[in-house]
Write a protein that binds this ligand. Structure first.
Ligand SMILES: [Zn+2]
Length: 279
C-alpha cells in the first residue's frame, strides 16, 4: 500500500519540542510519511514561519496537511460569527498553502436546532463564498470538511459527500472513528468497503486516489463521540479498515488522532506493511 502515508494529528509526543518543525523532524526519524499541523486553537503561525515549515517538510520528505481552529460554525445564527468562521478557514488555507500542505480539514458547523436541510444550505452558501475568495487568491489547497462524531454537529457522511459533489475543490475528510461513534455501526470490513464504494460512486475514483483519513480509537454514547482513545483500548476494528483500504488500493494520507499519537500511527503503518506482505 505504497500509496498510503501515515502520520500524527499534531507534533508527535516524542519530538524535542512541540513546534511544527520539530514535529516534522521527529516524524521523519520515526519513519512516518505525513503530519497534520494543528491550528486548532488558532492560526498563530506567520508567513515566514510557514516558509521554514515548507523547507523542512521537503527536506525531511514529510507530507503536510492542516487542521483549522475548532472555533468554526458556518451555521452560526449571528452574521459576525459566520464571518469570523469563514475568516479562520481562509487564514488556515493561506498559511497551509505556504507550508506546502495539500489539504486543510475542519469541523464545519453545529445544527443549533435547525433542520439539517436548512443548515446544509447555510453551510453550502458560506463555503461557496470561501471557495470564491480562495480561487481569487489562486489558492489550490483542498478544503475538506470533516465527517464528525457528535449528533449535534453538522457533518454526516452524506452531508460531506453532497458538499463535495456540489462544490469545486471540496473533498471529504473521512474520519472513520467519528462515523463509527456517531452511528454505532461502520466498524467491520463490509461496512468500511461500503463507505469506500459510496465515495467512489459519488466523487469518482480520483477521490480514492487522493483521500484524507482520520483514525483513532473512540469512546461513544447514543449522542456520538465522547473522546478519542488509543486503538488497542477501543473497539475500533482498525485491521479490518486497513484491509479494506488495501483491497481498494486507496491512496492518500492517514492521520492518527489517538491520544498516544505516534504509537498508534506506527501501529497502523506496521499493520499495513504486514497486510501487504501476506498478500
Ligand atoms: Zn477534526
Amino acid at each position: 500500500m505504497a500509496g498510503l502515508l501515515f502520520g500524527t494529528g499534531g507534533t508527535p509526543h516524542s519530538a524535542k519540542t512541540a513546534s511544527t518543525i520539530d514535529g516534522i523532524r521527529r516524524s521523519a526519524e520515526l519513519g512516518l510519511g505525513c503530519m497534520e499541523i494543528e491550528f486548532v486553537q488558532g492560526v498563530k503561525m506567520g508567513e515566514a514561519g510557514a516558509r521554514l515549515v515548507a523547507e523542512t517538510a521537503v527536506r525531511e520528505g514529510v507530507k503536510l496537511s492542516a487542521h483549522a481552529p475548532y472555533f468554526i460554525n458556518l451555521n452560526a445564527h449571528e452574521p459576525e460569527k459566520i464571518r469570523a468562521s469563514q475568516g479562520r478557514i481562509i487564514q488556515t488555507a493561506r498559511i497551509a498553502a505556504i507550508c506546502g500542505a495539500e489539504s486543510i480539514v475542519f469541523h464545519t458547523a453545529f445544527y443549533l436546532g435547525d433542520p439539517p436541510e436548512q443548515a446544509y444550505n447555510t453551510v453550502k452558501k458560506c463555503l461557496e463564498e470561501i471557495m470564491g475568495q480562495l480561487k481569487r487568491e489562486n489558492n489550490r489547497v483542498w478544503i475538506r470538511p470533516e465527517v464528525v462524531g457528535k449528533v449535534s454537529q453538522f457533518g454526516t457522511l452524506e452531508e460531506i459527500l453532497n458538499l463535495s459533489t456540489e462544490l469545486e475543490r471540496i473533498a471529504p475528510c473521512m474520519d472513520f472513528a467519528h462515523w463509527h461513534a456517531r452511528t454505532g455501526k461502520f466498524n467491520s470490513y463490509q461496512e468500511f468497503t461500503s463507505i469506500l464504494l459510496q465515495i467512489e460512486e459519488r466523487l469518482g475514483r480520483a477521490a480514492l486516489d487522493n483521500i484524507h483519513i482520520h483514525v483513532s480509537g473512540i469512546a461513544y454514547s447514543k449522542k456520538g463521540e465522547i473522546k478519542h482513545l488509543n486503538l488497542k483500548e477501543s473497539d475500533f476494528q482498525y485491521i479490518e479498515l486497513l484491509q479494506a483500504l488495501k483491497d481498494y488500493d486507496v491512496k492518500g494520507l492517514v492521520i492518527c488522532e489517538s491520544p498516544n499519537l505516534e504509537e498508534d500511527a506506527l501501529l497502523l503503518q506496521a499493520t499495513c506493511d504486514t497486510l501487504l506482505k501476506t498478500d
